[in-house]
Design a protein around this ligand. Structure first.
Ligand code: ADP
Ligand code: MG
Length: 238
């Protein structure tokens, strides 16, 4: 579960075309990374998949079912943003469990789910703290924990590590790779960091000005880029 298909997806804001016809298949369990210059439409595409923006045209299919008209909360996916967007007045446990509480899940089940997520993310000792008492890396782990507790089939990450310092970025990246192995969920991950793309991805999608420029495995794009634009993203250190 968690397969995604985009068919001729377009998005315009007023008269500005931002997504110009994207076709893409992401297989169940695949780790797919979107790269591309600032403003090329990476976040917009993720938000369309999440249902936070309506596509102007085309189809979004999750597990072969068209979800264009399905509300975000019903799409069985979770999104992790660059900014952690935690509630400052809630503890780590309550931040992670909030969506379950809102969905009417029983208290004991919420406790079990948040305990499990905390263990996976080494947050056990921090469950009673509030966001202000955490480091940036710990906050981002809570944001990931909040996504995990809902056991989604599809995770969407929008530059989740870009606010972290270099050492934490590496540690958190390794953690995300481990989560992918353990959960077996499909992941779509936006980054402009070449190392993240090369180490995490099964498949890299290079976006340029609202279109897919090239899709392939990290090694394929590295060894056989279609053009200098792709090579500039994947081939050479920037
Ligand atoms: P990326 O994440 O690749 O940097 P975005 O998806 O955020 O790019 O933005 C793609 C383009 O769409 C940009 O030119 C941006 O200014 C524009 N855009 C994004 N959201 C909106 C919006 N709500 N209204 C108008 N233009 C937008
Ligand atoms: Mg963006």
């Amino acid at each position: 579960m968690g397969a995604l298909e985009l068919k001729s997806v377009t998005k315009s804001f007023g008269s500005t075309d931002v997504i110009k016809g994207v076709d893409l298949e992401v297989a169940e369990g695949e780790f797919c990374v979107f790269v591309g210059p600032s403003g090329c439409g990476k976040s917009t595409l993720l938000r369309i998949i999440a249902g936070l923006e309506d596509a102007t045209g085309g189809d979004i299919l999750l597990d072969r079912k068209r979800v264009n008209d399905v509300a975000p909360a019903k799409r069985e996916l979770a999104m992790v943003f660059q900014s952690y967007a935690l509630y400052p007045h809630l503890t780590v446990r309550d931040n992670m469990g909030l969506a379950l509480k809102q969905a009417g899940v029983a208290k004991a089940d919420i406790l079990r789910a948040t305990d499990k997520a905390a263990t996976m993310l080494s947050l056990e000792k921090l469950l009673d703290r509030r966001p202000a008492e955490l480091s940036g890396g710990q906050r981002q782990r809570v944001a990931i924990g909040r996504a995990i507790v809902r056991t989604p089939k599809l995770f969407l990450f929008d530059e989740p590590l870009s606010n972290l310092d270099a050492a934490l970025r590496v540690a958190t990246r390794i953690e995300i790779a481990r989560l992918h192995r353990e959960l077996g969920a499909t992941m779509i991950y936006v980054t402009h960091d070449q190392v993240e793309a090369m180490t995490l991805a099964d498949k890299i999608v290079v976006l340029r000005d609202g279109r897919v420029e090239q899709v392939g495995s990290p090694m394929h794009l590295y060894n056989d880029p279609d053009n200098t634009f792709v090579a500039g993203f994947i081939g050479s250190p920037q």
